[in-house]
Design a protein around this ligand. Structure first.
Ligand code: 6PG
Length: 477
């Protein structure tokens, strides 16, 4: 009997996806470039379900029913192209190659066209949830041809996480849409994590709490509006004792954050689209700044400023930080969803944003209670410009904003960097202004570059001869 689907690339994500499929009864062929990995996999997991271990790519391809469905789980970038090039000559027209890694969406568009020229179908699918998600039920964001998706829909919706009986998997859109949405998911993940880190910094240095004490606070927060996987694991990370020192493990982890690129891509794409994506972008920059460890070391003894600590009513401060975290989180999601909307229009993807919120409710890293609210918001207003404008979020932020402003003020006075808290608040204040200060920007641009401006009281574009006779001339419609 031939296998329904194949997985090539048996590092932990690929291995766990294959195991997830086989455990649910789907016959899976597995392959890895280094054969010993396949042998090891079959030895360790071969009896978990209907597996066929293939040593060569030819054996792998021969083991699959047609049209073949091949999940490629290798490192994003050149390795994906290499696997496609090796597979293509062995495949038949209509076979489907599925890239389940964190590929950049323009690469997915390019590979889709490349495969189409060879009569092959290509799908880029976002998979979130880390190792455990891949094994027990990830959130899956499949992009590509709908007909190709229908060939794998049963398998993907079965292995995905389920929330209230709904699978966390739905067809996202054509071409690179799936990888695009996964990219924004990761960007939001960056913002969420940065906001949590800023809350932790304030709780440590302003409120004077220890890591395990802060862990308890996150555990409490996780039972309210902030309920989410990231809050849950924050509590666990902060509670962990280090075997070597006997103190909190987090206290001896180096403070330099790494990144593999998805957050940076999200920010770069926002700049290209012209979408204000301050929360995620600040989160990317905060990681970059954290990595300048040597420079920070020198600056710490050279650059003056307040040393944070004390002087606050601790319970009030903790509650203020909770509210600031929630309001900033709402802003980060509002920005991320606005970006997906802009991209959808530009690329013609016709993304259903409510469905994106729905498939992020379970399985993925940013899974959270409040995605239900986002889903509801788009169900009622599919063309919503900005999530902040639906009553639920308008009120949530209105209620949180006094606390949010106090936190930003306190942090600023005490010298604690809060790029995501403060930029989110500035975005909120900028967005709710009917008239901002960009009139002056336009005046300056016109002064030095004759770039022109529009008037509030007349149609057309204008230029003032600032440095000559000071007269205004009309320059166009
Ligand atoms: C997920 C994660 C996953 C990965 C991130 C980490 O959704 O399961 O987002 O894809 O852990 O890419 O990204 P950084 O290494 O850039 O933090």
């Amino acid at each position: 009997e031939k296998s329904r689907i194949g997985v090539t690339g048996l590092a932990v994500m690929g291995a766990n996806l294959a195991r997830n499929m086989a455990r649910r009864g789907f016959p899976v062929a597995v392959h890895n470039r280094t054969t010993s990995k396949t042998t090891e996999f079959m030895k360790d997991f071969g009896d978990e379900g209907p597996f066929t271990g293939a040593e060569t790519l030819q054996e792998f391809v021969d083991a699959l029913e047609t049209p073949r469905k091949i999940v490629v789980m290798v490192k994003a970038g050149k390795p994906v192209d290499a696997v496609i090039d090796e597979l293509a000559p062995l495949l038949d027209a209509g076979d489907i190659i599925i890239d389940a890694g964190n590929s950049h969406f323009p690469d997915t568009d390019r590979r889709t066209a490349y495969c189409a020229e060879r009569n092959l179908r290509f799908m880029g699918i976002g998979v979130s949830g880390g190792e455990e998600g891949a094994l027990l039920g990830p959130s899956i964001m499949p992009g590509g041809d709908v007909a190709a998706y229908s060939e794998v829909e049963e398998i993907l919706t079965t292995i995905a996480a389920q929330v209230d009986g709904t699978p966390c998997c739905t067809h996202v859109g054509a071409g690179g849409a799936g990888h695009y949405v996964k990219m924004v998911h990761n960007g939001i993940e960056y913002a969420d994590i940065q906001l949590i880190a800023e809350a932790y910094d304030l709780l440590t240095h302003v409120a004077g709490l220890s890591a395990p004490e802060i862990g308890k606070i996150f555990e409490e927060w996780n039972s309210g509006d902030l309920e989410s996987f990231l809050c849950e694991i924050t509590a666990k990370v902060l509670a962990k004792t280090d075997d070597t020192t006997g103190g909190p493990l987090v206290d001896v982890i180096a403070d330099q954050a790494e990144q593999k690129g998805t957050g940076r891509w999200t920010a770069m794409n926002a700049l290209e689209l012209g979408v204000p994506l301050t929360g995620i972008t600040e989160a990317v920059f905060a990681r970059t700044l954290s990595s300048l460890a040597d420079e920070r070391q020198k600056a710490s003894t050279t650059l003056g400023g307040p040393t944070p600590g004390g002087g606050e009513n601790r319970d009030d401060l903790v509650e203020d930080i909770r509210q600031a975290l929630y309001a900033s989180k709402v802003v980060a999601y509002a920005q991320g969803f606005a970006q997906m909307r802009a991209a959808s229009i530009e690329q013609g993807w016709d993304l259903d944003l409510g469905s994106m919120a729905t498939i992020w409710r379970g399985g993925c890293i940013i899974r959270a209670q409040f995605l239900n609210r986002i889903r509801d918001a788009y169900a009622e207003h599919p063309d919503l410009d900005n999530l902040l404008m639906v009553p639920y979020f308008t009120e949530a932020v209105a209620n949180a904003q006094d606390s949010w402003r106090r936190v930003v003020t306190t942090a600023t006075e005490q010298g604690v960097a809060i790029p995501a808290f403060s930029s989110s608040l500035s975005y909120y204040d900028g967005y709710r202004r009917e008239r901002g200060p960009a009139n002056l920007i336009q005046g300056l641009r016109d002064f030095f570059g004759a770039h022109g401006y529009r008037r509030t009281d007349a149609d057309g574009s204008f230029h003032t001869r600032w440095a000559q006779d000071g007269a205004e001339v009309r320059t166009g419609d």
